[in-house]
Write a protein that binds this ligand. Structure first.
Ligand SMILES: Nc1ncnc2c1ncn2[C@@H]1O[C@H](COP(=O)(O)OP(=O)(O)OP(=O)(O)O)[C@@H](O)[C@H]1O
Length: 261
């Protein structure tokens, strides 16, 4: 989709999550446009992961709405129904089949409705073979299609899992710290992969690696104590005194902040 024709794919209105009296998220508003690569940042315990959990249906908000595609309120739907609607979640630890090849992992992901054995036994149609090959190219693993997935590097395993998610054709991908533990080179490649994906899909990334965010974010959402603290470009966010305060734990001198911004 052209950037000028963006429209809202996800809208969270006044989301509050209460864990036995503790409000992990409080009145959070969040809006994601189609084809956006959005970064969700904030100090430890800010509520970022809980927001992803709400969007994918793992956690139910006590108050608030989550509208997908402008009309469906998904807060009452089950996790698997939300996944079927087109919201894919990737956790930090890869969930690949280590003893199967890279290609077989992608094959299984494409045929998610069948059992592993049935998926591997069914003959691939030419068009399915092409889809897997295109996916291998996108995640940069064409040369390793016949490798056992368990033998891949940490970064490659993450890309394989992203490729597996993409074969399920989600409209939104939710990623939790995708570059944690990656080498600089792998981190750079991951940023480029996410950019490429955002040509056709929308992505929300929870991230602590600020250099990665600086290099790849156009819009950043900052959370603090369960609330929206600031939203804007990385430059705008970095200039904000309240953001500096929550990250550094002290108030930055406002004048000094302005003169160095
Ligand atoms: N199931 C739960 N029960 C009780 N409290 C929880 C639960 N899950 C999270 N919390 C608390 O909610 C708050 C927000 O947690 P969350 O994991 O969303 O923060 P975060 O911003 O993702 O932090 P981090 O960057 O450290 O992963 C934290 O104080 C956490 O301890």
């Amino acid at each position: 989709m052209e950037k000028g024709m963006e429209s809202t794919i996800l809208q969270c209105d006044g989301v509050t999550v209460d864990f036995d009296g503790f409000k992990a998220v409080q009145g959070m508003n969040f809006r994601l446009e189609k084809g956006e690569l959005r970064f969700l940042i904030g100090p430890n315990g800010a509520g970022k992961t809980t927001m992803l959990d709400v969007i994918c249906g793992k956690v139910k908000p006590t108050i608030g709405k989550v509208l997908f595609g402008g009309k469906v309120d998904i807060t009452r739907k089950k996790e698997h129904q939300i996944a079927e609607l087109g919201i894919g979640r990737k956790f930090q630890t890869p969930s690949i089949f280590p003893t199967l090849t890279v290609f077989e992992n992608l094959e299984i992901a494409m045929r998610q409705n069948r059992s592993v054995l049935a998926a591997l036994r069914a003959k691939l149609r030419a068009e399915e073979q092409e889809r897997i090959e295109a996916q291998l190219e996108m995640i940069g693993l064409q040369e390793k299609a016949s490798w056992r997935a368990g033998g891949l590097s940490h970064g490659e395993k993450q890309w394989l899992e992203i490729g597996m998610m993409l074969l399920q054709e989600p409209e939104i991908l939710l990623l939790d710290e995708p570059v944690a533990g990656m080498t600089d080179n792998e981190t750079e490649k991951t940023g480029e992969l996410l950019r490429a994906i955002s040509q056709t899909q929308s992505i929300v990334v929870v991230e602590h690696d600020m250099e990665f965010v600086r290099n790849f974010a156009s819009k950043v959402t900052v959370m603090h104590e369960g609330k929206l603290l600031k939203e804007g470009s990385m430059e705008e966010v970095q200039r904000d005194d309240r953001v500096a305060e929550v990250y550094l734990g002290k108030r930055r001198d406002a004048d000094a902040g302005r003169s160095t911004a």
